[in-house]
Write a protein that binds this ligand. Sequence first.
Ligand code: ZN
Length: 486
Amino acid sequence: MAGLAREGNSFGGGLGTVDDFRRDTWCEGEEIFSLLSRNDSMAGALRVADERGVEVVPTFHARSVSGPTMAADAYAELKQRVLDGLAAVVDQVDAVYLRLHGAMTAEGCDDVEGDLLKAVRELVGPDMPIAASFDLHAHLTRDIVATTPLLAGYLTYPHVDMADTGRRAMTLLLDQLAGTINGTVGFRKIPVMSASEVHDTSNGPVAEVARLRDELVASGKILDGSIFTTQPWLDVTGLGWGVVVVTDNDATGAQQCADELAAELFDRRERLVVHKMPLSEAIERAAVRAGKGGPVVLGDGADSPSAGSTGDGADLLAAVLAAELAGPAFCTVVDRPAVATCLAAGLAATVTVRVGGTLSPNFFAPVTVTGRVITISDGTTTSPTRPISSGRGVVLAIGTTYLVITEHPTSMVDPRLYRAMGLDPDGAWLVQAKSAGQYRDGFAHVAGDLVDVDMRGPSQHDLLSLPFRRATHAWWPKDRDVVRGW
Ligand SMILES: [Zn+2]
């Protein structure tokens, strides 16, 4: 058992580091068993192994909050850790399970998982079964599929079936090992991209095709199948949605089913439209509601750390300050220098600092604010699924606006970060959630209203105004007359 998981974003500033993984999930050897309590693919895979009496040899697994392209040397170090862990035990094991994400990028490498899987295949030889589990936002490639047919991706967005995905991949692996199946794979890449706001697997175009996939599994025609709506904020060659189908000793049937599902997705492309509210209108809505029935939560997907944005956007903050709301507004920004300034000033001090635009200045401009330091934290960990460190942090009270400033980005899909910093969203008029879609679930219990706001940033819904340089092939909606190709 091994893993390496991160979702990349090609548009945010800076480069990913090994420390990004150490702030999130870092397991050496037996520490992998600590994931059993989480809703995680590794946990699901471990449980199946246990149920089937299979001895597990844990090696190395690291996961990072989404973020920019990895520095080449940082990826090289992580890859080597995975390979060293496997090399040490390869003579004692019969099969390999890898817990991946599928949308990691590194300097000089568009397809990290393809690169990693190829190296693992070289290490273990041509005959040892390998299974891998992925996020629904994986960028599946020929290199990945050429390594092994035993592949499974999340079936849900917002994601809830992480453990179950590990269970599916591990089941394929153990069945292959037992000789009860001979896994064969069909794969199709689809020249379509869309912002994640329309990847919903409960309603809408993706949900309709997901039901067709479920019917194929239920009928016994296929063993497994995964629809990959792919991280849209990757600038890599061959970018696009994908479908993978696994069958028992029937490569032709697998390809037919993959092609059918891919065609159903392609034919629904015109419905992949995202509508968002102008920022001024969203703030006006919060002013009119005045906190009655809970705050208006503004989903700022353009600066979503869980989509790989850097969290240093301050445009929404600037607009909230300019609006001079009569009631409390909560905002967040990642800004290491500003945290240092506030900590040096100390609790209850009044400080003037520039915040925003320190990491992705190509998208975000700084704002100068003056406020009182009302909370100091020497380290917070937040996220609904696992502890991720946001580093040291402060709360600045700027009139009626309460600004949480942290050193590092963390998941902002629920009120955890605000609560950890002593702010109760129940009493607020307006709350900023740097999240595109998952926040609708995370903030549902406190929000009076949830509004997707039209913003710019490394994970903005408007893909067409992003500077794609490598994904230059034809894809919808960049090329309106793109053809299916199969
Ligand atoms: Zn995802």
